[in-house]
Write a protein that binds this ligand. Structure first.
Ligand SMILES: Nc1ncnc2c1ncn2[C@@H]1O[C@H](COP(=O)(O)OP(=O)(O)OP(=O)(O)O)[C@@H](O)[C@H]1O
Length: 259
């Protein structure tokens, strides 16, 4: 699905403007990684693209159609959202939680079909959490919850994935496996918008980068163009080195000692 954000602005009810006049687009199968300091407005932007927050100005278009004209069910089928974190309320099993990803496809008075169950099983296998399947969702760790949310969104089979720091609770291995999975999903045609606090991860995803600062996308471009020592200083206020690391066969971005 092609996504276009057109002259978008957003303010919370306290009238604080979070972003103003944002415009960018994303083609089907592309990954856009939004970088920005704490409080820059990354989550607010994802919530707006997912139709959870209403823009104060401008528009968001899915394949040329304004999300204002799409119903909640249509958006729920097309957009999969993995928030930064959430509080579990009911002790569903992990399997039941993942199966909920099928909700937009199940009629109000119907139950999940064998097909829905098979898709949930497959998503659980893909994410590698089969060992958690029967555990209550309220009794798993933060990282396991993040993986379960990822499985749920994979079961949902949306066209656009909105991932708010999807690796923030994950161990070193699961971070890399999740990034690879995101890369595979984009190759299958999923469009992905991801926020991250790890510029180095961008070199593993080789995606498009947008920098959100002072309520604007100050620049958008390829990883090589955007992950530079100057830009990292501009966003995070620290000195970093960006260099080609031969043994890894890729560029890396590492912070320097600041004093
Ligand atoms: N419900 C709200 N009402 C008013 N202001 C809010 C609300 N939620 C967030 N904000 C403010 O909006 C700004 C952007 O918040 P947002 O969560 O989008 O930032 P972020 O870039 O995702 O931050 P982080 O990297 O810390 O997760 C912040 O200054 C925050 O304090």
């Amino acid at each position: 699905m092609r996504i276009e954000v057109r002259d978008a602005s957003f303010s919370y009810p306290d009238h604080k403007v979070i972003f103003d006049g944002l415009s960018f687009s994303l083609e089907k199968g592309e990954i856009l990684c939004i970088l920005g300091a704490n409080g820059a407005g990354k989550s607010t932007l994802l919530n707006s693209i997912g139709g959870l927050f209403q823009l104060s100005k401008g528009d968001i278009l899915f394949d040329g159609q304004s999300i204002r004209s799409l119903g909640q069910l249509e958006i729920a089928k097309r957009v999969g959202y993995v928030p930064q974190s959430h509080l579990p309320t009911f002790p569903y099993s992990v399997f039941e939680f993942v199966l909920m990803g099928r909700t937009p496809y199940i009629g109000t008075f119907s139950s999940p079909s064998d097909h829905d169950r098979a898709i949930a099983e497959e998503a659980i296998e893909t994410i590698g959490i089969a060992h958690l399947k029967h555990k209550p969702y309220t009794e798993i760790s933060g990282g396991e919850m993040q993986l379960a949310m990822f499985a749920r969104v994979v079961a949902q089979q949306p066209e656009l994935l909105l991932l708010d720091e999807p690796t923030s609770h994950l161990d070193f291995g699961n971070q890399i496996r999740t990034l690879e999975l995101i890369g595979n999903l984009s190759q299958k045609g999923f469009s992905v918008i991801i926020t991250s606090h790890f510029p180095d991860h961008s070199f593993l995803l080789s995606n498009k980068i947008g920098i959100l600062k002072d309520g604007r996308i100050i620049d958008i471009g390829s990883v090589d163009e955007m992950i530079t020592e100057e830009n990292m200083k501009k966003i995070y206020g620290i000195d970093v080195r960006v260099a080609y690391f031969e043994q890894a066969g890729r560029k890396i971005c590492v912070p320097l000692r600041q004093n």
